[in-house]
Design a protein around this ligand. Structure first.
Ligand code: HAM
Length: 417
């Protein structure tokens, strides 16, 4: 019989790794709160049409990567491949616009894309991100970028770079796409099959093609989108850059960064990990001024970003940023017999109420085995409670980090943990 295992491209987050997630999540909550963002949680599955209309028919996500199924009622549903469309659906459904003109939202959760799994690319992965809904002004683009950079800074990550671009509003982009098509048509026979198919659809996707021959053709023949922005789009982009400069944020302008989702307008940005492999995008985002009205909501501008948790953990592991996270168990109590066990339970309870993590051994092991276990648990302090300790209500505390020992009465243990 076949062994039961996780599905290809999905992973258990093991107990021994969970502290990494919790460390990041704590920093995220702190940062989002410091910018006055509120958390929103949406269901993991939605109507398929939300994503086909929202993310765009020409995107790889909709063309190839969605987990779509029919439920028993015959309705087509999809496991969410991204969160922007879901948050926008929630914004429209619950009339957020009637509560306030501007909404600052953040989220964290699992997403599903049927991509070819490799390091940093899973089929179930996790994103955190923000959607800042209601402002057309460049200061909100700059704030979204600022929040993003602050997260990586606060986590201590060093090896990353911010790339920004403007892909213009729909009208200026349509004009640019016409010019691009004209310039590329003479080279169509030298493009890969997929680029040839896309040239009449969303031709911007050609910038993302990894085929070296397509990349060379794009480099040599594709005009820069930044030379074809309308006056208003160019002014918006200028303002975003000035605000980033004013905030001391360094960036690289990359006119080929068009992003893989169809809803973007004007500003796009990505942060790339400089020490990551092929899957180097730590996060991506941008402005999407038409998505809310395209999904039948009020005409509302918005900007946001989303970032992969798994890639962040790979990047933080590579910079050894989790090494100070040991010792979650403050005290490991090793009772020598059942009387001792009974007697230490109220003590353990008192310490837990004071906020300490206390591990009471439950396997009736030998002292040697208990000490080995305490070591494995990375407990900071260990104490063995035998009849003598029980009678005198004292204990010897052994510090596992510094290899020092101190004697203590039970009532005062909390003063050293
Ligand atoms: P995205 O670029 O598709 O954008 O994804 C954002 C981030 O999610 C990527 O930079 C990467 O870190 C992570 N990611 C994507 N796919 C995978 C995967 N298969 N495995 C592991 N990590 C992955 C969006 O999703 C947009 N909704 C971002 C946005 C928000 N734009 C505006 N608001």
């Amino acid at each position: 019989m076949q062994k039961l295992r996780t599905i290809k491209g999905t992973h258990d987050i093991l107990p021994r790794d969970i502290y990494k997630w919790q460390k990041i999540e704590a920093v995220l909550r702190e940062i989002f709160l410091s910018y006055a963002y509120s958390e929103v949680r949406t269901p993991v599955f939605e109507k398929t049409s939300l994503f086909s209309r929202g993310v765009g028919e020409f995107s790889d996500i909709v063309r190839k990567e969605m987990y779509t199924f029919e439920d028993k009622g015959g309705e087509s549903l999809t496991l969410r491949p991204e969160l922007t469309a879901s948050v926008v659906r929630s914004y429209i459904q619950h009339h957020y616009n009637q509560e306030a003109p501007l909404h600052k939202l953040w989220y964290l959760g699992p997403l599903f894309r049927q991509e070819r799994p490799q390091a940093g690319r899973q089929r179930q992965f996790h994103q955190f991100g923000i959607e800042l809904i209601g402002s057309p002004h460049p200061e909100s683009d700059a704030e979204a970028i600022d929040v993003t950079c602050n997260i990586y800074r606060k986590l201590g990550l060093k090896n990353w770079k911010l790339y920004i671009n403007s892909i213009g509003s729909i009208d200026s982009r349509k004009e640019y796409m016409k010019i691009l098509r004209n310039d590329l048509k003479p080279h169509i026979d030298n493009l890969c099959q997929s680029c040839q198919e896309r040239i009449d659809g969303n031709i911007l996707r050609l910038f993302d093609c990894k085929n070296p021959q397509c990349a060379t053709i794009m480099q040599e023949h594709a005009p820069s989108i930044l030379d074809h922005l309308s006056k208003e789009d160019a002014e918006h982009f200028e303002q975003v850059k000035l605000l980033l400069d004013a905030n001391g944020i360094t960036y690289i302008v990359d006119p080929t960064m068009v992003r893989g989702l169809d809803y973007y307008t004007r500003t796009t940005f990505e942060i790339k990990g400089t020490a990551l492999g092929a899957q180097d995008a730590l996060c991506g985002g941008g402005r999407y001024d038409n998505l809310i009205s395209d999904l039948d909501g009020p005409d509302t501008p918005a900007v946001g970003f989303a970032a992969g948790m798994e890639r962040l953990i790979i990047a933080m592991d590579a910079e050894a940023l989790f090494e100070d996270e040991l010792n979650t168990v403050n005290l490991y109590i090793a009772p020598m017999n059942s009387h001792c066990l009974k007697a230490v339970l109220p003590l353990a309870q008192r310490l837990r109420e004071k906020g300490f993590s206390v591990y009471v051994e439950l396997l009736r092991r030998s002292v040697k085995a208990m000490m080995r276990d305490a070591n494995r648990q990375q407990a900071r302090w260990v104490t063995v409670i035998g009849d003598h300790e029980l009678e005198s209500k004292t204990m010897q505390l052994k510090n596992m980090n510094e290899n020092k020992k101190i004697d203590m009465v039970w009532d005062k243990v909390d003063t050293v943990l």
